[in-house]
Design a protein around this ligand. Structure first.
Ligand code: PLP
Length: 363
């Protein structure tokens, strides 16, 4: 009898390595490795979470109905066309499992979110990366990579880890070039942070076309990564498909209640956005003054070029010694960069101070 063997593709997966959360086993002064939302969760979400404790013996509402209605009200969307998940990661995985299989291709942009190729390999499909232009997704390059095997195209907009975004005209151009049997997944995890006139999150395209979905998360601006809550908005046909495959109780009770409360706390969300609007440009400008190369970002993080992988690794060690945790992104093919989440005023100033001392000693 032959030995136990996993399905094809799985052993090609390099396991996803999350951002570090401690320095030599100790609590960091600032964890800036996972883009978690500088201000943390809303006090209202925390209160809803605490209140859920008495009901932990109850199964959650399997359809997340109240939460879907709250998302629908907040974003002006039809709740019937929303599906909630255990993080947008779960939804991204369900979409790939539903529409991609052995022999198919999943297309994404060179520095796109790592879960896209991982999900493709997990179903035995081939991940195909289109080259980027100056760390920006290049829709023409993506279109050039479409073949008759392409089944799913994943576009993070804005993208992690580069922080760049694709204009609405370019996303439309990409959609237009796709055959009708190819799904376009617009992963808008950082949409709430963007205030550019030529950006749209994907809602408009979902409303217009049968082969486009948009995914969103509570892990970033809502500061609830620990609870695992995300959602997608899609055409009725795709919502029906995903509803068949998803686990019946995929979103836990506390996440549903805290998610509703977080949406209601507009002041907290506004404060989180304002924090980013102030400290992202400040940090980028300060790092530029130090001679470093921050990529232009519209997310709640910035990827900073150090000129070489050795210097980036040295800067990582230096920051860690100061109790600050950035993210090394060699796994994305960007070993000469560190990605740094935009934290609070105190945190970004510590980053500036740490890197100023680093640069002074490591010209
Ligand atoms: C572009 C992008 N998409 C999706 C996710 C997954 O978010 P979550 O599963 O926490 O909703 C992340 C998290 O870092 C991300 O950066």
């Amino acid at each position: 009898m032959s030995a136990l063997t996993p399905r094809p593709g799985i052993m090609k997966i390099a396991p996803y390595v999350p951002g570090k959360d401690s320095v030599d086993g100790k609590e960091p002064i600032a964890k800036l490795s996972s883009n978690e939302g500088a201000l943390g969760p809303s006090p209202k979400a925390m209160a809803a979470y605490a209140k859920a404790a008495a009901d932990l013996h109850r199964y959650p509402d399997g359809a997340s109905e109240k939460l879907r209605k709250a998302i629908g009200r907040h974003y002006g969307l039809d709740p019937e066309r929303i599906i909630c998940g255990a993080g947008s990661d779960e939804i991204l995985n369900l979409l790939v499992r539903s529409y991609c299989g052995p022999g198919d291709e999943l297309l994404y942009s060179q520095y796109g979110f790592l879960m896209y190729p991982i999900n493709a390999l997990g179903v035995g499909a081939t991940p195909v990366a289109a080259p980027e232009n100056d760390y920006r997704s290049d829709v023409d390059a993506m279109i050039a990579k479409i073949t008759d095997k392409t089944r799913v195209v994943c576009l993070a907009n804005p993208n992690n880890p580069t922080g760049s975004y694709v204009t609405k005209d370019d996303v439309r151009k990409l959609q237009k070039a796709l055959p009708k049997n190819v799904l376009l997944v617009i992963d808008a995890a950082y949409a709430e942070y963007v205030s550019k006139n030529d950006y749209e999150s994907g809602v408009e395209l979902v409303d217009q076309f049968e082969n486009v979905v948009m995914t969103r998360t509570f892990s970033k601006i809502y500061g609830m990564g620990g609870l695992r809550l995300g959602w997608m908005y899609g055409p009725a046909g795709i919502v029906d498909v995903i509803s068949r495959l998803r686990q019946p109780f995929n979103v836990n009770l506390a996440a549903q209640l805290a998610g509703i409360a977080a949406l209601e706390d507009i002041a907290h969300t506004d404060a989180s956005r304002t924090n980013n609007d102030i400290w992202l440009p400040w940090l980028a400008a300060e790092l530029t003054k130090l001679g470093l190369k921050p990529l232009p970002s519209v997310g709640n993080f910035v990827s900073v070029g150090f000129g070489s992988k050795e210097r980036a690794a040295a800067a990582n060690d230096w920051m860690m010694k100061d109790g600050l945790i950035p993210r090394m992104i060699a796994g994305y093919g960007m070993p000469e960069f560190l990605r740094i989440t935009v934290g609070t005023e105190k945190e970004v100033k510590l980053v500036q101070d740490s890197l100023a001392r680093f640069v002074a000693q490591n010209k």
